[in-house]
Design a protein around this ligand. Sequence first.
Ligand SMILES: *Cc1c(COP(=O)(O)O)cnc(C)c1O
Length: 365
Amino acid sequence: MITCCDLAPPHVRAIAPYQPGKPISELARELGLAEADIVKLASNENPLGPSPLALAAAQDALHDLALYPDGAGFALKAKLSEKFGVAANQIVLSNGSNDVLDMAARAFLSPGTSSVHSEHAFAVYPIATQTVGAQSIVVPARDYGHDLAAMRAAIRDDTRVLWIANPNNPTGTFLPWAEIEAFLETVPPHVLVVLDEAYGEYLPPAERCDTAVWLTRFPNLLISRTFSKAYGLAGLRVGYGLGHPEVIDLLNRVRHPFNVNLPALAAAEAALDDAEFLARSYALNAAGMAQLVAGLAELGIETVPSKGNFLLAKVGDAARINTELLKRGVIVRPVANYGLPEFLRVSVGLAGQNARFLGALKACL
Ligand SMILES: *Cc1c(COP(=O)(O)O)cnc(C)c1O
């Protein structure tokens, strides 16, 4: 008997599903531990929690849960429009920025086309590509990061999308913006460049760049950003894309109606006003990063320099160390599925959480 599952397209059956960080509740069940005794540094979440202004706005919005959200996201777009100096028709709102990536794949890719991404890049790029039956072209990394010259050379006539994360996850590698800008000059107009800036808010001020100003020069650029990381709203699922009106129009055609929920819209709007929280998140991350880098160096563990809110640590037998850390109630992220079997990725937490990770790691080395 042939079933519907047997007949699912081969490109769907071949997808390696996204592997999220292990939830605290799951490890608590497995170990019989209290959730409060578990430290999760596995999903690059903000250890400060959500922005207080965003939390209050989301709570207020709960009274209106019987209503559909504003499907056009007028108020949030107005704020983003002012922040980035772009028109409202250059903004698409999304259910987390993963949704921008997925919309880009569904709007621009199809069977017989390809997308280009770097080795050790974000897992959603190949998933989004394969979902629509297109082919992923994987370009070998240089020093764990993107090799832009090789990525340029990998572009084919059938290439429609090229993915860049800066900083990149899971490696934390960062390319100076001038290199990306020079790269954009060389990309042919038939290729949409998706510039994923999920960790942009964690860059030191001197290394930040207002890439939205490039949109007038590069109509084939799509910038994706999120409220999941520095704004602390990962659980609400809200992000956005900035691009040329024609690009955004195409994304809106494949966008699910009401893709950003009502409390998420309210929280995101309020979060944009919470400069104090953003500054606090940045400062905590910088201090925690220094703590982790120093602590790992003390243990003789190599790290890859990171500009994100996470760090790759070369622990050797990462599968074994990960199991040992879990037994000690510490959840980090194994990255063998990213071609990095000797590494664990650890998110920057509160000082006490970072210390707990370093202590547990020392005990299991
Ligand atoms: C975390 C992350 C995102 C953001 O995901 P959301 O869907 O916005 O939660 C996007 N790109 C990269 C590279 C990430 O690491």
